[in-house]
Each structure stands twice: as C-alpha cells, then as structure tokens.
Write a protein that binds this ligand. Sequence first.
Ligand code: PRX
Length: 646
Amino acid sequence: MSEKIYDVSPEWASRAFIDDAKYQDMYARSVSDPNGFWGEQAQRIGWIKPFTKVENTSFAPGHISIKWFEDGVLNVAWNCIDRHLPDRAEQTAIIWEGDDPSDSRKISYRELHDEVCKFANILRSRNVQKGDRVTIYLPMIPEAAFAMLACARIGAIHSVVFAGFSPDSLAQRITDCQSKIVITADEGLRGGRKVPLKANVDAALKKCEGVDWVVVVKRTGADVFMDDVRDFWYAEAAEMVTTDCPCEPMHAEDPLFILYTSGSTGQPKGVLHTSGGYLVFAAMTHQYVFDYHDGDIYWCTADVGWVTGHSYILYGPLANGATTLMFEGVPNYPTNSRFWEVIDKHKVNIFYTAPTAIRALMQGGDEPVKKTSRKSLRLLGSVGEPINPEAWEWYHRVVGEDRCPIVDTWWQTETGGILITPLPGATKLKPGSATRPFFGVVPQILDADANVLEGECQGNLCLARSWPGQMRTVYGDHARFEQTYFSAYPGKYFTGDGCRRDADGYYWITGRVDDVINVSGHRMGTAEVESSLVAHAKVSEAAVVGYPHDIKGQGIYAYVTLMDGTEPTEELRKELVAWVRKDIGPIASPDLIQFAPSLPKTRSGKIMRRILRKIAEDEPSTLGDTSTLADPAVVEDLVEHRQNKR
Ligand code: PRX
C-alpha cells in the first residue's frame, strides 16, 4: 500500500464547496440528525408536493423497507430539464462527441426539453403508461438520454441494457421486467466498428414474448430488417408529435429505473431505484464530489448502460443544470490521445473514468498524453474497481500534471451514488484509497463472525444505515433483496466488498469477497459464466474464478472438465471463448481456459473455489488446508497445467 499523502492545496480548500472543517461538521450532523440533514438537502430539487416525512427505513430481518421523502411528489425529468429553462435554456446541457472525431453536437436545455417531450409523446402514443417498463438498448447517442428522460417524464420505468450484451442477455432482461416496448438503433458505432443492435433485438425477441413495439433510431443508416407491425423509425414518429408533454407527478417512492447487475448466484437481478431519494443523492454527490460549479464542463466516460452513466452522465449532472459530455467512442480510437484531445476540444474541467482505461493508456506511455494541452482540467475521478497506486500516480502526474486532485469514488449499482470518496477541497489523498465516507454514510468493517471491528482493521464492508440513493428492492423479488444484502450480517447492508481501514480512518477497498469478479470495472457473476460453459455440449463441468490482470484488474479464469472422450484441443478452447461471448456478451469472454480432468471437491461434492482461486492467482504455496478434499491429487494436476497470463 502506498504511504504517500497528497495535501489539499490552499486554492482547492478555498474554492471548493466543502473544506475539511465543513466536511467534519456536515458529516457529524448527517449521522446525528439524518432527518434534519436530508430534509434540507432534499430542497436542492423541486417538489410538486413537499414531503413531510424524511427517512422511513428498516434493516430489521424480515422487515427490510427503505423509503425516503415518501409523501413528496416530484418529476425527475422536470428537475433535470424544465426547472432550468428560465435561467439556462440556451446553455449546453449535453455535449455529444461521436466515435469519429469530426462528429459532435451540442444540445441546449431548450433542445433537450423538446427532444425529450417528443420522445415522451411517442411513448405515450404507443400507450406506454406510468409504471410500464421500457427496455433501452442503445449506443452512446443523445437519443439514449432523451429516451431515459422521456420515460422519467411520463413515469415509465426504464431498464437500460448495455449495448455490448448479447441477444440472450437482452431477452432475459426484457422477460424479467416484462417490457412491452424496446428502444434500439440500427447499429452502434465504437472504435470504428459497427455493432448490429437491431439484429440483436430481432434475435432477442424470438426468445421472449410481450413486446408490442420496437422504436429504432437511425445511427449508421444500415439496411436493417423492420417488422411491418412491430418496428418503427424514431425519426418518422418524431415528426408526428409535438414538443409539449406534461410531466407525470410521481411519488418519491415511485420507481425510476431498473438496472440489471450480476451477483454471486443465479441470473442478474433487477436493481430498483426510485425517484426522490435517488435524485437528491445523485445531484448532491455530483455537486460535492466533483465540486461542480456553474459553467464547468464535466465528462464521465462511462456508458449509460451502467449505473455510472445513469447517475453521473445523466441524472446527477442534469439535476444540477450542468454541461455533461457524452462520448460514443473508446479511449484508443483513432489514437491513444483521444481522451485528451476531447478534453482540449471541449475544454473539459472535470474528468471521471475507470482504472482499466487509465492502465491501458498508461501502457502507451506519456507521449500521447503530453502532446495535448489539458490545461482546462481541474479535477480527475476514478470509479469501478480498485485503482492501483502506480496507475493513480500516473493519472495524477502525467494526466493531471500534479495540479488536479483525484477523487477515487467507491460505490455500486445498488448504492445509486457515491458512498466513499474524497471531497477535493477537504480530503488529503492517499493513492489507492477511496478515503472517507460521504455524508450520511456509516461504513462498518466486520469479521466472518459478524463482529464489528474498530480502528485499524480488515474485513467485510457493511453499511450500518440507509442513505437516500439506496436501491429499494430487487425488481419482482423482495425476498432475494433481503437474502442477498441483509442476511450475511443481519441489521446491516452487506456490500460484497472486502475493505481495510487504516490508522487515519481511511478506507481501502480490497475487491469482492463473493463470487463476483470485476473485469475492466464491469461486474460479472462467476455462476453466469459457468452456466454458459456447461450449456456447451462438450462441457461436463466448469468453475470460474477471477485472477489478477494487468489491464482489466481481474481476468476470467475458467476450469473446464470435458465430456468423456472429448479431446482438449486449442480449437475447442477458442470455440468455448466464442460460445460465452455469443451467449452473454464480449465482457464475459474467458481470458484463460484450463482443461481440468476433474475439479477439487470436498467429500460432499462441493467445488473448493478457494483452491481454484489460489491456482489461478499463481499462489500454489498458499493453498491452505487441502485435507478435506475428496482427491488431493487433483490439485497437483491443476497446478502443473495452470494457464499463463496473457
Ligand atoms: O467491488 C466494488 C467495485 O465495483 C463494485 C460495484 O460494481 P458496479 O455495481 O458495477 O458499479 C460500478 C460503478 C459504481 C463494487 O462492489 N468498485 C466500484 N468502485 C470502486 C470499486 N472498488 C474499489 N474502488 C472503487 N472506487
């Protein structure tokens, strides 16, 4: 662990909304008087009907219930758009930067209003009503933002599915939330390559029922199949509707969106977020963590298919009347300088990206960065996975030229917004540490026996109380919500992450402690990859674990036992990688596959993953106790044939 400490500069302490003294005061109040604290913070957004109750939450076993501002009424799209029209109608709301560097567009708050109203009217004209689910499978184009906000405007619940997911993954998500309508594009465009989105939707819809309409946005102009009854072009429908669409009044606890995320077991679950608390939390964290001031140009490089895109490209920034940049492309196209060129082109002040991108760019050396100016940059952010101190230092020294603080923000799809993070005017930085809790957040570190550890310690990270951005349930399965997050440590929310607290009370996230792996900042359930592998006719058994990967953070290591009589060939290895890729999506492709004659099991037949992890991590000397194995010889074979990292 890095011992270096970076002090808050005097300029930052004076310019920022929050300095250290203010952080201490506000944090103390947020935990001693949460109702007063959050009641005040909730005034940052507009309410159609003010709330009279602030927090009504319970983590008690059997009674998990999370409600904030529950009798308040609001509309999220009104807060993100209409509220700003009197003062900033002509201000740019969204800067869109296309995959091709010559392709960009600026959308003012007035244009955003008109586009969102048109999209909302299209949905209403297809009978989409409050509470209906709308699946959005779009690339990073402005229509993705319009579609999400259109749903929010009419009270429909959006479920955005990352455009890198396969038809099967899409079908599963459409079925789970019973969407009647899917919004997609002809094709996506990333790094110069086309992604056949409409064709994927067609394939998905062969596997699920109940979808009446498919709205297709034209992106590349490809010649795609259009079903006469079901499919229609967005642009044509948009000509038939007006730019006037009243906002649906929503209760604070009415759902805003579902976002599917992977867990330890089973299929991805639909994380449900609601309207009032989520928006208050997204807006507040966006303002304080990024120290967002009026006029700043802010860029989060995430995809809207992930929670980071929801909270910190769209809802948080727009609720604050910000200018938010949306990027269609990838960091290394056309060259490794792309991020930095975009920063110069649009004079970006605040830049928020993932460690995996930083590590990949770091490999290309300093030159592609140094040839750009980046003088507009003031603050850097990191999210999605632990950032190793070397990558942190490079980001700080080369990208930020030692003048930009880095906010290493820890949070999850489930948390709705950032929970552990530095505040740039308040917090001394330690490379690799997410530092201190945000307001209202009470982290606890527990050991395996559920003892709350004090002071310097390491264990499992829990949250002792609710915060307004917390997920409310697993869509359609409240029992799974309770089981997943509240059963390991009754009375507390268990994050699934391991964590260390140092002598200064700083938190260092050590990574997942469950069967979830974090590949390039994307969550993947090992069980999902395993069930995909065993669905292949030649596979008898599979066990998947993570292993350290220089760029991705973690790579996917699969142990595969083949059906009797099947030859373990290189060809089959490639076939299995392609199989998983097609089944789930490219992000689930195994990096390494080891053909294993058998897997280490206990006498009762349970696969010993601890051992498989150690072998994949190339730490065979720390295998620990193998005496409970049914056949200890299995391990020797596995160690001997371990696959080398690429
Ligand atoms: O393991 C933690 C890791 O990402 C997980 C959450 O993944 P997801 O729901 O996809 O959301 C990612 C974007 C918020 C966490 O359980 N993680 C996220 N941010 C950090 C992190 N690990 C270490 N440091 C972070 N800053």
